[in-house]
Design a protein around this ligand. Structure first.
Ligand SMILES: Cc1cc2nc3c(=O)[nH]c(=O)nc-3n(C[C@H](O)[C@H](O)[C@H](O)COP(=O)(O)O)c2cc1C
Length: 439
């Protein structure tokens, strides 16, 4: 059971929001509804009120008779200071249907009614389900607005294709069926959702490539970022294994640790564990080069010069690209890109494509206060659907939360895509028999 905030904007498909509210309540969720003034011309507050057992808000200047309470919660003692109490406490905010007008406002941060103001105030996942005439949907303005929203991490549910309200028209713009809308919310609900039993493989630390028996080529990675990711995943209920390369900090409790030294050892360990993993978080700094022929004993001062010889370098295997090449459907792969100055984001975008991963976490290690061996980090998370999320300077624990939130969003998207494909396969005929503009 979760606190689900349902935002309804003005379009014919608003009638489907009634069924969505009914279904969500039936599945045990506490639902509160916010309507735009225009949407009340399509469906009335009284119906939502009857279905959810809670007042419906559509005017930011009116008081919430339930004082920000979701159904099933004890009565609030006093009226909340903010008219946004509902938004602050929501665990998922679904805007369905989202009209072209509301999408434009959301994309540009306008807050001229309670629904759009709430979208700026929520900290929970935001799901937007567009529904409109096919030409409105295809218009470059609408597409650009949706792209902006996606980039900010909003989950945009693709509309279904079918008969539209305008007589004889057909195309994309139909609101997904209520079952799909509720399933999408559930896939995104709460941080812990979907993590129990999820097998997460994290790499941490920095590899060391031997020059001889006592010397190595290494890097300054401590393992802090990888361990923060492992701790966060474990706290959400995942089964976590860390392949730890020469880490200098203690491992968090409740995770299995496989210790390695070299890139080759890390690769062998990952090869073994990856098959059974659902999520790979590749935070280790893996050497790109290793000495071609490490000395057997300790190279002495009097020995011949090191290069050519032990210091002649050869490329190591590209571990994550190798794993990505044999991924199975449903696995989520996240790479890390430690860029040194330059256009770190452009490099990250290249890496996203080159390595065929789902997301790349980019940080600029030329800045001494972040990155290697530092307690803090500042990153940008680039995802395959175009989302780009910045995490400003913060402890690595907070960065880890943001990365895991993004993995959860990507997994939910995948689930939504699956539902969408399923719906298109077995529901096409059925859906086409129901008419409605973007309905
Ligand atoms: C009969 C009728 C049907 C409409 N259907 C849609 C629709 O499906 N999608 C849409 O984006 N706008 C639709 N509109 C236009 C919106 O209602 C209009 O843009 C309104 O300003 C939206 O306000 P809101 O976003 O604040 O709810 C429709 C308008 C009318 C009169």
């Amino acid at each position: 059971m979760a606190r689900l905030l349902l935002g309804v904007s003005g379009g014919v498909a608003a009638y489907k929001a009634l069924e969505t509210a009914r279904l969500a309540v039936k599945r045990g969720h506490a639902v509160r509804v916010i309507q735009t003034p225009a949407s009340t011309r399509f469906v009335g507050a009284a119906s939502f009120q009857a279905l959810t057992g809670a007042p419906v808000l559509s005017d930011e200047f009116e008081r919430d008779p339930d004082r920000g309470r979701y159904p099933g919660e004890p009565p609030a003692e006093r009226t909340p200071i903010s008219h946004l109490a509902l938004a602050e406490r929501a665990e998922v905010y679904l805007i369905a249907p989202a009209s072209a007008n509301t999408i434009a406002k959301l994309a540009h941060g306008q807050a001229d009614n309670l629904l759009t103001a709430a979208a700026l105030a929520v900290t929970c996942p935001l799901i937007v389900a567009p529904a409109m005439n096919d030409r409105m949907y295809a218009h470059p303005a609408t597409q650009a607005n949706l792209e902006l929203l996606r980039r900010r991490g909003t989950v945009v549910l693709p509309p279904g294709e079918g008969e539209l309200a305008s007589h004889g028209e057909h195309g994309p713009g139909r609101l997904p069926e209520p079952e799909r809308l509720v399933a999408s919310c559930e896939a995104l609900l709460s941080r812990g959702a979907g993590w129990a039993g999820t097998r997460v493989l994290v790499t941490a630390g920095g590899t060391r490539e031997p020059i001889d028996a006592v010397r190595y080529i290494g890097n300054r990675s401590s393992g802090r970022m990888g361990f923060a990711l492992a701790a966060e995943a474990a706290s959400r209920g995942a089964d976590v294994t860390v392949v730890a390369a020469a880490v200098t900090v203690p491992a968090p409790p409740g995770v299995a640790v496989v210790e390695v030294q070299t890139a080759a050892e890390l690769q062998r360990a990952c090869d073994r564990i990856f098959e059974q993993s659902d999520v790979l978080l590749m935070a280790a700094a893996v050497a790109d080069f290793r000495p071609a022929q490490p000395g057997l004993g300790k190279v002495k001062k009097g020995d011949p010069p090191l290069a050519p010889g032990p210091l002649e370098l050869v490329l190591t295997e590209d571990v994550i690209a190798g794993l990505a090449a044999r991924r199975r459907p449903g696995q989520v792969l996240v790479a890390f890109a430690a860029e040194h100055g330059g256009d770190a984001i452009a490099e990250g975008v290249c890496k996203l494509e080159r390595k065929d991963v789902d997301a790349v976490v980019v940080n600029d290690v030329s800045r001494p206060e972040i990155g290697f061996d530092a307690a803090d980090n500042e990153v940008v998370i680039l995802s395959r659907d175009g989302a780009q999320r910045s995490v400003s300077l913060a402890g690595k624990e907070r960065v880890a939360r943001a990365v895991l939130d993004e993995v959860q969003r990507l997994r939910a998207l995948e689930r939504t895509d699956e539902l969408q494909r399923g719906g298109e396969r077995d529901g096409a005929g059925r859906e086409r028999s129901r008419a409605g503009a973007g309905a």
